[in-house]
Design a protein around this ligand. Structure first.
Ligand code: UD1
Length: 388
């Protein structure tokens, strides 16, 4: 019997995670392994701009999605509902054995809910089944339920059959929430699989030259900023104060700011651009290889992204996290991450402390070794063979 896995992507941070899974399945099918896998890729369309979506498919050589749901932007409830409505038809038509969702975005929770509520009848006589749900990057908790992602994580984990974790804190969180131990698989980090795989290709990016950060002889010191969380950019007072801190920093070191569309929109809507336009280097969202190249040579990164905390850990780049909490505590223990929040004075103080020297993290978290996707697919195949 052919084993059918359906994977879901929706938003930017999903693409690099599913890329690693696609690659492993491609290799398994190419070498003619005993268990062939039929892999269906569905894009919900939560992110749809070329530089938020298409460019990642090109850079990471992800196969073109088999199905696109084109849901686009909307309020959380409307977006989630639209995905659910359209994804139900997909599950009914495709009847996969397993649906794999990654991360914590609205597409993750919406598709997870659909999977566990859809009864797939093979035909009128045979018995039907509910597909199994696999969650990659399970168990992470910020313990801040005002974050939409925290709700998405808790709900998805509570109904998943296979929970694939990236760090020990996630295992503990899941056990504390009553998830049976035999559903938890500590496999490592698929986003780091993709980073390690594309690291040398990213060296060919010309982004440093394009932004005049490097010439033939040397790379100049610079810092990178990313910011898009509602808690930072939706409150005008908080956002304006943070921008002041960034202007201050940019007087000491060039600050490159690839701005997420929602952040750009806030800058335009609130007319905040004038105060920093001539100092901070605002650039459009970058493709994967360009961003990896930019990050790899940076003196320091300031961010409220979850994934960048992890990537900075691998690069050993000091990471000033513009949040009060992190769902990825291993980056504090093992890496170069510090939590600073949105207080402008603290941001500047930490920048001054960390910008002088390039800290090297010599410890890589357990299983962040480029083989996480292999472990995941092996578990899924073994479980499938056991059940069929
Ligand atoms: C989503 C995820 C967040 C993740 C982030 C990475 C949720 C709840 N949040 O947040 O966890 O860190 O993606 O990027 O799923 N927009 C565009 N073009 C696009 C996509 C979005 O212009 O291709 C604009 C729209 O104005 C939209 C806004 O960005 O309303 C926000 O997009 P949305 O997908 O709702 O959430 P993100 O902030 O991107």
């Amino acid at each position: 019997m052919v084993f059918k896995i359906l994977s879901v992507v929706g938003a930017r941070p999903n693409f690099m995670k599913v890329a690693a899974i696609c690659e492993v399945i491609k290799v398994i099918n190419r070498v003619g392994a005993e268990q062939r896998i039929d892999h269906v890729l569905v894009h919900t369309g939560q992110h749809y701009d070329t530089n938020m979506s298409d460019s990642f498919f090109n850079d990471l050589e992800i196969p073109k999605p088999d199905l696109c749901l084109d849901v686009g932007s909307a309020s959380h409830s409307v977006q989630t509902a639209r995905i659910m409505e359209r994804f139900e038809t997909v599950v009914l038509n495709e009847q996969p054995h397993v649906v794999l969702v990654v991360g914590d975005v609205n597409s993750t929770v919406a598709c997870a809910l659909v999977v566990k509520k859809t009864w797939c009848g093979r035909n009128e006589t045979a018995t039907g089944f509910i597909p199994k749900l696999a969650h990659v990057e399970a168990g992470l908790r910020s313990f801040d339920r005002t974050m939409p992602e925290e709700i998405n994580r808790i709900v998805t984990d509570s109904i998943s059959d296979y929970l694939f974790t990236t760090e020990e804190s996630a295992n503990q969180n899941l056990l504390r929430e009553g998830i049976p131990e035999n559903r938890i698989f500590f496999v490592g980090n698929v986003m780091i699989d993709t980073l390690l795989r594309h690291r040398s290709k990213a060296q060919e990016s010309t982004i440093l030259q394009d932004l005049q950060l490097a010439d033939a002889r040397e790379v100049k010191p610079y810092a990178v900023l990313t910011l898009h969380r509602p808690s930072n950019v939706d409150d005008k007072r908080v956002f304006a104060q943070m921008l002041n801190a960034f202007v201050n920093i940019s007087k000491r070191m060039p600050l490159i700011f690839p701005a997420h569309p929602r952040t750009l929109k806030r800058i335009q809507d609130e007319d905040l651009g004038n105060s920093f336009m001539d100092r901070i280097r605002l650039v459009p969202p970058l493709g994967y290889l360009d961003f990896v190249r930019l990050l790899s040579e940076a003196r320091l990164v300031l961010t409220d992204s979850g994934g960048i905390q992890e990537e900075a850990t691998i690069f050993g780049i000091p990471c000033i996290t513009l949040r009060d909490n992190t769902e990825r505590p291993v980056t504090l223990e093992c890496g170069t991450n510090v939590l600073v929040g949105s207080d402008p004075e603290k941001i500047i103080r930490e920048f001054d402390r960390l910008s002088g020297s390039r800290q090297q993290s010599n410890r890589s978290p357990l299983y962040w070794d480029g083989n996480a996707a292999k472990r995941i697919v092996k578990v899924l195949v073994d479980e499938f063979l056991r059940d069929h």
